[in-house]
Design a protein around this ligand. Structure first.
Ligand code: ZN
Length: 247
C-alpha cells in the first residue's frame, strides 16, 4: 500500500466564529470546508487552528506533516515568531506549504519570500477569470485553460513576491486588474505554492476546479523525503589534503 500524504490544514478560524456572514458560508470553518473538498484516498487530512496551544503547530505535529496549508487574515500578528521559525525550518527540510488567499501577508510567507508580499485589493464581488499559463505543471493537471469565479475579491498587481516563482495561474478581474494568482517557489528542500482565490465570504472553496488545484498542489508539494539536520564543521576531508602539510 502506498503511504498517504500527511496534510495539515491550518486556519486562523476567527472570521467564522465572529461574523455570521462568514459562518453562513463556512459553518465548520474554512479549514473543514477545504479538507472536505480536497479529500482523496491518498491524502490523510488533519486540522490545526490559531487558538490551540502553540497554534496547533507543535514540533511533534509538524514532524508528522508532509504538506501544510495556511489560511490567515485578521490575526497574522498573533502568530508567534518562534512558531513561524519552526514552520520555516520544517519547510526548508522538505515540508510542502500551500499559502491561500490572504495568507500572502502571513509571517511565514513573508519570511520565506523575503519581500513585502503586498498587493492591490478591492472588495466588490466582481467576476474573476483565472487563466492557466503553465498547463504542463502538475498543479494544472485537469484544470481548464480558463475558468470563472463569479464573485471574488480583487487581488491586483503589483504583487510584491520574488521573481524566482513559477507562474501557473494569472487572474483577470472585471474591473481591469490582473494578478499572478497561482505561483510556485522552492525554498531549501521545500515546495511552496501561493494560490489567491478564496475570500471568506464567498463559496470559492466549494468550486470543484479550485479544489482540484489545491489537491494537485498538495500532491506536487509532498516531499519524497526530509533532510536530516547536519553538522557543518567537517574537519576530516573526503580526499587527502597534501597542500596543508607545508604549513
Ligand atoms: Zn479576502
Amino acid at each position: 500500500m502506498v503511504e498517504s500524504i500527511r496534510v495539515l490544514i491550518w486556519n486562523e478560524f476567527r472570521h467564522e466564529r465572529q461574523q455570521e456572514k462568514v459562518r453562513s458560508v463556512y459553518p465548520d470553518g474554512l479549514h473543514q470546508a477545504i479538507g472536505g473538498q480536497i479529500a482523496a484516498p491518498d491524502l490523510s487530512i488533519a486540522y490545526a487552528t490559531l487558538d490551540e496551544p502553540e497554534h496547533g503547530l507543535t514540533e511533534e505535529r509538524l514532524a508528522q506533516t508532509d504538506v501544510l496549508l495556511w489560511w490567515g487574515h485578521c490575526a497574522h500578528a498573533e502568530v508567534q515568531d518562534e512558531i513561524v521559525e519552526r514552520v520555516q525550518r520544517r519547510v526548508l527540510a522538505g515540508m510542502g506549504l500551500i499559502v491561500l488567499h490572504s495568507g500572502h501577508f502571513a509571517k511565514i510567507f513573508k519570511k520565506l519570500m523575503g519581500t513585502d508580499c503586498s498587493l492591490l485589493w478591492r472588495h466588490c464581488a466582481e467576476k474573476e477569470r483565472v487563466w492557466t499559463v503553465s498547463p504542463g505543471h502538475p498543479i494544472a493537471k485537469d484544470v481548464p485553460e480558463s475558468f470563472v469565479i463569479p464573485h471574488s475579491e480583487m487581488y491586483g498587481e503589483h504583487f510584491g513576491i520574488p521573481q524566482d516563482g513559477e507562474i501557473i495561474f494569472i487572474s483577470w478581474y472585471e474591473g481591469g486588474n490582473v494578478f499572478r494568482s497561482g505561483v510556485s517557489f522552492l525554498r531549501g528542500a521545500g515546495r511552496i505554492f501561493y494560490f489567491a482565490p478564496g475570500h471568506e465570504t464567498y463559496p470559492i472553496y466549494y468550486d470543484p476546479v479550485v479544489s482540484r488545484i489545491i489537491r494537485n498542489a498538495v500532491r506536487w508539494a509532498a516531499p519524497s523525503h526530509f533532510l536530516a539536520p547536519r553538522t557543518t564543521h567537517t574537519p576530516v576531508a573526503v580526499e587527502e589534503i597534501r597542500s596543508s602539510a607545508v604549513n
